[in-house]
Ligand binder design. Structure first.
Ligand code: ADP
Ligand code: MG
Length: 291
């Protein structure tokens, strides 16, 4: 049976919005040596903001198509684009057969054929050139660039900025203060964006791993596992495999994806990162009591 100390710790954690799927997850959390955090929607708010737009044709038509394809994505970038279009009174264009490509973007079809929205990697896969002089301003930006294209033809791009959750800095500081061995950011976003958010949250450049595909996150979690137990904290479909690979997978429960929640051992229902550090402390204290 489950020791009373663990049951009461699970209950205390739950009151703080940290739900463990079982006592074993709590015991493992006490032993975690490395924490890896996803960026978008985990360390950042998930309420991103469109900050710029370069359309090669008519802006309203561009935004209608972009918001039409993003209407069917649950990614924080998609949410920002939909909100931006709605604020400008744009009606999303109908797009069918929409498919998410984790850590790259989204594809779909309309009467004109294949359309897609996503990062450089997706553009390259679609055979589209993103290096035109129209886009010079985007080359070194520390914001996330989402490209929209039809087949191999580029239609334009928007920049999207996200910012750290208010509680991220304090939550990370608390974890560092507890003497956790290693803390990393693992993001599918561009390095410039990862470095900017990382710098705001006290990460050294070599603690930020960027441009990652879902399988890259899995590999890097595996590398950290060589030094002890690893916790991975994420929100997205793109994080599911890393959450499953980690000794303790921790999903953002409030705005995170269903797939991430299913793969995780712990759900953070509160969006206060301080609760994670508190749960870690509680797990360590509980382990001392039961040993
Ligand atoms: P993170 O790992 O930081 O949470 P993701 O792996 O979710 O980031 O996303 C990585 C990148 O993939 C994003 O920065 C974006 O360029 C692209 N991307 C993913 N989903 C979408 C989408 N629905 N629309 C546009 N771009 C997307
Ligand atoms: Mg994410």
């Amino acid at each position: 049976s489950v020791p009373a100390a663990i049951l009461s710790a699970l209950a205390a954690a739950a009151r703080g919005g940290v739900l463990f799927k079982g006592g074993a997850a709590l015991e493992t959390l006490a032993e975690v040596h490395s924490f890896a955090f996803d960026k978008t929607g985990t360390l950042t708010t998930g309420k991103a903001e469109v900050t710029g737009l370069i359309a090669l044709g008519d802006e309203a038509a561009f935004l209608a198509l972009l918001s039409g394809i993003e209407a069917q994505s649950e990614h924080p970038i998609a949410e920002a684009i939909r909100r931006h279009a709605a604020e400008r009174g744009i009606i999303p264009a109908p797009v069918h057969d929409v498919q998410a490509i984790p850590s790259e973007g989204i594809t779909g079809t309309d009467a004109g054929g294949t359309i897609w929205a996503g990062n450089r990697r997706l553009a390259a896969r679609m055979g589209a050139q993103v290096d035109g002089p129209e886009f010079d301003a985007l080359r070194d930006t520390a914001q996330t660039v989402t490209w929209l294209g039809r087949g191999d033809r580029l239609l334009g791009a928007v920049t999207v900025a996200d910012r750290p959750r208010e509680s991220s800095a304090a939550g990370l500081a608390a974890l560092r203060g507890e003497g956790v061995g290693t803390i990393r950011i693992m993001t599918g976003d561009r390095r410039a964006v990862g470095l900017r958010i990382g710098a705001e949250l006290g990460f050294a450049p070599d603690e930020v791993m960027a441009d990652l595909l879902p399988q890259d996150k899995v590999r890097l979690v595996g590398e950290l596992a060589g030094r002890g137990k690893v916790a991975f904290v994420g929100d997205g479909v793109n994080d599911a495999a890393a959450l499953a690979r980690a000794d303790v997978g921790i999903a953002m429960g409030a705005a995170g994806s269903e797939v991430a929640l299913q793969a995780a051992d712990v759900a953070l229902l509160s969006d206060d990162m301080g609760r994670l550090a508190a749960a870690h402390r509680l797990a360590r204290r509980t382990r001392r009591v039961i040993r």
